[in-house]
Ligand binder design. Structure first.
Ligand SMILES: [Zn+2]
Length: 240
């Protein structure tokens, strides 16, 4: 990815977009959006970054580890560290037997009427949604300079394949030019993307092909969607 500088109001950068603390009065650091644990090496250059307070940043790490590890286990059908698609998940499974056991317990096998054995994985939805919300706040801020401190009106996450055909095509349609009711502020990254098409694919911003993409639409509020590992869909919406 190329770097896009943005020129939206500097005043909006003075507080942590997760807790509202003034950044100058607390320890803060740069947070990648999404964090690298949700990506694969080699990492793309110029990942989006947002300055957030250290306490919030550290507060997300266990849920981030859980989300990345759970996803990798589901995608590979196993909690075995040797078979993971995300090497960071393999490391976590090795160093944390408790988390491995916890994810193993979430794996349920059942018999179909035809006698086949199928597997389902029961996610800890609250933890995954916390990370979806964190990323959504970072993406909205990075693209539009909008701090979305309030609680969202809705939030969900689900595997793409569990959506109906209609739900899926509605979800995947995040076409800015067609849906654009309000134009993004001049100087915002989103305005630059609209003008240049940078990193855009049908309205989605592709951070790493097949691993992480997101879309942000400002339309009667802010809507942020993401797709992780071509598998998990998330959506967060704040009404105006
Ligand atoms: Zn904070």
């Amino acid at each position: 990815m190329d770097q896009i500088n943005e020129f939206v109001d500097e005043r909006q950068k003075s507080w942590c977009i997760h807790c509202g603390e003034f950044i100058e009065s607390v320890d803060s650091n740069r947070d990648h959006a999404p964090s690298k644990i949700l990506l694969l090496k080699p990492y793309p250059e110029n990942l989006p970054v947002v300055q957030i307070c250290k306490q919030c940043n550290e507060g997300f790490s266990l849920d981030e580890e859980y989300t990345a590890t759970f996803l990798s286990c589901v995608l590979t059908g196993s909690t075995n560290p040797d078979t993971q698609c995300n090497p960071r998940a393999a490391l976590i499974l090795r160093k944390s037997p408790n988390l491995r056991a916890r994810i193993e317990r979430a794996k349920k096998e059942y018999q179909t009427l035809g006698g086949e054995t199928r597997t389902v994985w029961i996610p800890e939805t609250g933890r995954i949604n916390r990370i979806a919300l964190k990323n959504a706040r970072n993406h909205a801020f990075f693209e539009y300079g909008e701090p979305m401190l309030q609680e969202p009106n809705s939030i969900w996450s689900a595997p793409l394949e569990t959506l109906t055909t209609e739900q899926r095509s509605e979800f995947e349609k995040i076409n800015m030019e067609a849906d654009l009711a309000g134009w993004p502020e001049v100087g915002s990254r989103m305005m630059t993307r609209l003008l240049t098409g940078q990193d855009f694919s049908d309205g989605w911003i592709v951070i790493q092909d097949g691993t992480y993409q997101y879309g942000v639409v400002q339309h009667d509020g802010i809507l942020v969607r993401s797709v992780l590992f071509n598998y998990l869909a998330t959506e967060v919406y704040w009404a105006d």
